[in-house]
Write a protein that binds this ligand. Structure first.
Ligand code: GLV
Ligand code: GLV
Length: 323
């Protein structure tokens, strides 16, 4: 009997090719271009030894049971894994893996892109030109803050936060503040980063970028009170998970110009947006594409495939999720 590998959506082909090269694997890919419903996912994945899924696939305990006791690994094509019940998987001896490291640079670069787009009002400027409003050079058209020498507050300095800190420090001479449960001595030593409490970070930073995972403790970490603490010239960027920001509070903060702008790649209830969000000029919106570089997606595909191959060969996963 061949081992069934089910992939919930078509991903970069290099990983799929690796899996297909394994003689004892039977690789099945969902060809629909939409997210599978709970029932469809169970039906199509039934009997699988491995599932490769996306962050849009929610997999809970009951689904794991219905998919069957052959299931040995759920390989998430994402670094975040809040879509999976890892505890339930562990209880069933199912390994969960994610794709860390390979997308670190892509996400950090996207955070920088959002900060720059907000500060230099790139999207507003583009719209202005397309709307044929550009009649002459103006001394005070679309002004924004310069980046160099300002303060960047990084909420969560894991791999992505650290990569952002490096670009910020070396590329723009930004002063880096960070809040985290753990001290990052490398960031302190090499980038002169300073560990501070979240309140202090919000009060002092010109740019705030979120890089914590979504969990109970980080749900709505940034809400009305936190926007109150920020400078009215501040820019906030979110490339982590939508629900870390209370999106209604964000709409209010932007509407009342409590902060200068926001660059948002992830949403609380994506792809739905909070009411009023798209009516605002002082927000740059991207559709959860922070890891969408050719390089990252190719490496993510390789990573999920390697994890599946290792686990189904009775070896350790390359990048298991530990909680
Ligand atoms: C993307 O959001 C990811 O977690 O990989
Ligand atoms: C701007 O275009 C300048 O020449 O100052």
């Amino acid at each position: 009997m061949k081992k069934k590998i089910f992939i919930t959506r078509k991903i970069f082909s290099n990983g799929i090719d690796l899996l297909k090269k394994q003689d004892d694997f039977e690789v099945e890919i969902n060809q629909n271009d939409t997210v599978l419903s709970r029932e469809e996912l169970i039906r199509k994945a039934k009997g699988s030894e491995a599932i490769i899924c996306l962050l849009t696939d929610k997999i809970d305990a009951q689904m794991m049971d219905e998919i069957g006791s052959n299931l040995k690994i759920v390989a998430n094509y994402a670094v975040g894994f809040d879509n999976l019940d890892v505890e339930a998987a562990n209880k069933r001896s199912i390994i969960v893996t994610n794709t860390p490291e390979v997308m670190t640079q892509a996400v950090a670069e996207h955070a920088i892109a959002l900060i720059l787009a907000c500060a230099r009002r790139i999207v507003e400027g583009d719209k202005f030109v397309r709307d044929k409003k550009y009649k002459q050079w103006e001394p005070e058209l679309l002004l924004g803050p310069e980046i160099a020498g300002k303060t960047l507050g990084i909420v969560g300095i894991g791999r992505i936060g650290m990569a952002l800190a490096e670009i910020a420090y070396h590329g723009f001479g930004l002063k880096v503040l960070y809040s985290d449960l753990n001290r990052n001595e490398e960031a302190e030593r090499t980038l002169q980063a300073e560990l501070v409490g979240l309140n202090h970070l919000l009060e002092e930073s010109d740019f705030v970028s979120l890089h914590v995972p979504l969990c109970e403790q980080t749900h709505h970490l940034i809400s009305t009170k936190e926007f109150d603490q920020m400078k009215d010239t501040a820019i906030i960027v979110n490339t982590a998970r939508g629900a870390i920001i209370d999106e209604k509070a964000l709409v209010n903060a932007l509407k009342s110009k409590q902060i200068f702008a926001a660059g948002i790649d992830v949403f609380e209830d994506e792809p739905k947006l909070a009411e009023g969000l798209i009516d605002l000029d002082n927000i740059v919106l991207t559709p959860h594409i922070a890891s969408a570089t050719y390089e990252a997606r190719r490496s993510m595909s390789n990573c999920v495939a390697q994890n599946v191959i290792e686990v189904l060969s009775g070896r350790e996963a390359k990048t298991p999720v530990k909680i």
